[in-house]
Design a protein around this ligand. Structure first.
Ligand code: SF4
Ligand code: SF4
Length: 388
């Protein structure tokens, strides 16, 4: 049985789009951002609202393709399409945008998007083991802070930064505890509900209210667990979903897995657990602590990205996973290339079944994906039965 609070959580997007309008009209500044590398704490310390911008739906892609190549990641096309069609309320009310140099597609798209609204681009050092990377990334944090101070005509003090760090850490802690509920066998929440609860955090205009809601959801889910109520039976194959970010509108593969009887227990992607794994150190200099936390994000745009393998291993063990699905968006070179390494690691090191799914936001391949995913789940069931 689905927790009753999920209905309220599903309605959050609509509620938040009204709240952001009211807040903006009342003079509150809004900083729109896209990526898990974005230090939302600096925006909050500027007394602004930090929001994730729309980019998970197919609808605006046709318009985006008038400016961008068709053979481009759907996430980039959707984000740009929402911006040029002015159909994302969060984009509309953003006073400034925060972008980052992650993959080439996003970096070049931001050059076009930056003509629509004031934009600050953070230059992400992409070589994880380079001793200079942290120093350079710290400088990028300071530049973003200065950008907001100048734009909003205020000072971002260390005290404000520390308060923002504490607030976002509390949000991470609540979402991490929620995610960890699905380590239980059987899982109390469907992967679809977990995805929604995790993804919608980005649209929370009022962070305190958002944290309270997640705490309530944890409590309701724990109450259901105490009464023996779970989302799936014990026999459902337990799947770890890794790869590209997903949200409402781009949940096709997650939905197909669950409709075929799989239980997606862990979302390793950056709209799921990736950003929750570690916290910002509250005892350190705030800029240094922020730089350390965000630079450690195990995204495929980093080279190397061994942190992703480590995270997959830990989640696979903790969540008693039976198989791994690696979702990659078409034309996402970094995730597509990295899939070879992930496949070898999952099969050879973890001894688990693995499948890579490469797709886009459209429904054109749904039938074909169903066949492949059902066959994958059958392989897992056969392997589990054989092991009993
Ligand atoms: S996958 Fe990487 S680049 Fe893309 S949004 Fe997530 S953290 Fe950012
Ligand atoms: S999914 Fe890949 S191509 Fe798309 S924005 Fe993220 S890193 Fe870039």
């Amino acid at each position: 049985m689905r927790p009753s609070l999920m209905e309220k959580i599903e309605g959050l997007r609509g509620v938040n789009s009204v709240k952001i309008k009211e807040a903006s009209e009342a003079g509150k500044k809004v900083v729109g951002m896209y990526c898990v590398f974005s230090p939302q704490e600096i925006a909050l310390a500027a007394d602004a609202i930090s929001v994730t911008l729309c980019g998970t739906k197919q609808e605006p892609i046709a318009e985006a393709e008038k400016h961008l190549p068709r053979n481009l990641c759907p996430l980039i096309k959707s984000s740009y399409g929402f911006a040029i069609t002015d159909t994302c309320p969060y984009f509309y009310f953003s006073d400034v945008l925060l972008a980052e140099t992650t993959c080439d597609g996003k970096k070049k798209m931001y050059e076009l998007m930056g003509k629509i609204k004031p934009m600050h681009v953070m230059n992400l050092p992409q070589t994880a083991n380079d001793p200079d990377a942290l120093e350079n990334w710290k400088k990028e944090m300071v530049k973003f802070k200065s950008f907001l101070e100048e734009k909003f005509n205020l000072e971002i003090t260390d005290e404000k930064l520390r308060n923002a760090i504490k607030l976002v850490n509390r949000e991470r802690s609540a979402l991490k505890r929620l995610h960890k509920l699905n380590a239980h066998k059987p899982a109390p929440l469907s992967g679809m509900d977990m995805m929604l609860a995790q993804w919608l955090k980005g649209f929370n205009v009022d962070k305190e209210a958002g944290i309270d809601l997640i705490e309530e959801l944890i409590k309701e889910t724990e109450d259901q667990m105490a009464r023996g109520i779970y989302a799936y039976g014990e026999e459902a194959p337990r799947i770890l979903l890794t790869g590209v970010p997903i949200g409402a509108g781009s949940e096709k593969v997650l939905k197909i897995i669950e409709e075929a009887g799989g239980s997606v227990v862990a979302l390793e992607n950056c709209t799921g657990y990736k950003g929750l794994d570690s916290f910002v150190d509250e005892t350190k200099d705030p800029i240094e602590a922020l730089a350390e936390k965000y630079l450690s994000t195990p995204c495929s745009c980093m080279s190397n990205n061994n942190g992703r393998l480590d995270l997959i291993k830990r989640l696979a063990e903790e969540y008693q996973v039976d198989g791994v699905v690696d979702l990659t968006w078409q034309a996402c070179h970094t995730y597509n290339i990295e899939s070879f390494t992930v496949r070898n690691f999952v099969k050879d090191e973890l001894g688990l079944p693995f499948i890579q799914i490469e797709t886009d936001y459209s429904d054109s391949d749904t039938g074909q994906l169903k066949v492949r995913i059902e066959a994958f789940l059958e392989t897992i069931e056969t392997a589990v039965e054989g092991a009993v």
